[in-house]
Design a protein around this ligand. Sequence first.
Ligand code: DX5
Ligand code: ZN
Length: 221
Amino acid sequence: MKPLLSPSMLSADFTNLRKDIQMVNESEADFFHLDIMDGVFVPNISYGMPLIKAIKRIAEKPLDVHLMIVQPERYIPEFKAVGADMLTVHWEACTHLHRTIHQIKDEDMLAGVALNPHTPIAFLEDIIQDLDLVLVMSVNPGFGGQRFIERSLKRIEELKDLIIKNNSNALIEVDGGIGLDTAEDVTAAGADILVAGNAVFGAADPMEVIRRLKEIEIMED
Ligand code: DX5
Ligand code: ZN
């Protein structure tokens, strides 16, 4: 089995977004990864609803929306309305995580929880059965182009064990510092979905990087 791939549009060329969207459409990538940052939960502001809506008009693959915002529960129907197919909220930003996850599912989106690099995997124990995906941050969220935190590999393995132990169907998505040099280790540790921003859009031939990332084999256990 091959990993699923979600190119992060944060590193796309915003002056020529149509070209980068078409490249992803024509590539072997599986989703569009859209990073929403509010300048409060993370020290950066990215983009919001109008851009998601515009991307949706020409995207031919599902939109994988990663919310790095406080109180994400305030905007769940709005994200559905602009075209999100998968909606991931941060564990650290949700006081009533169980309710928020079910609000996302009630809107017919896949529901994910993201964990910052310091947040224990074990904190998911009582919610893992309700999740469609868990996003393991392998950098501190807020910026593209950062270096992969090695400790993330142990965390992915721990998460895989937690998922199996609880008979959960959650997929493991890993986000931050992933490229041709790290993708194999991340996949071997148990990742199902790889996010890659800088490695794809910073490359001379983004399609070729996507093709090579999709070539990685996941060993079935
Ligand atoms: C970081 C974002 C990532 C980012 C990944 O906060 O969640 O999705 O765009 O970028 P790279 O792949 O360049 O680390
Ligand atoms: Zn992201």
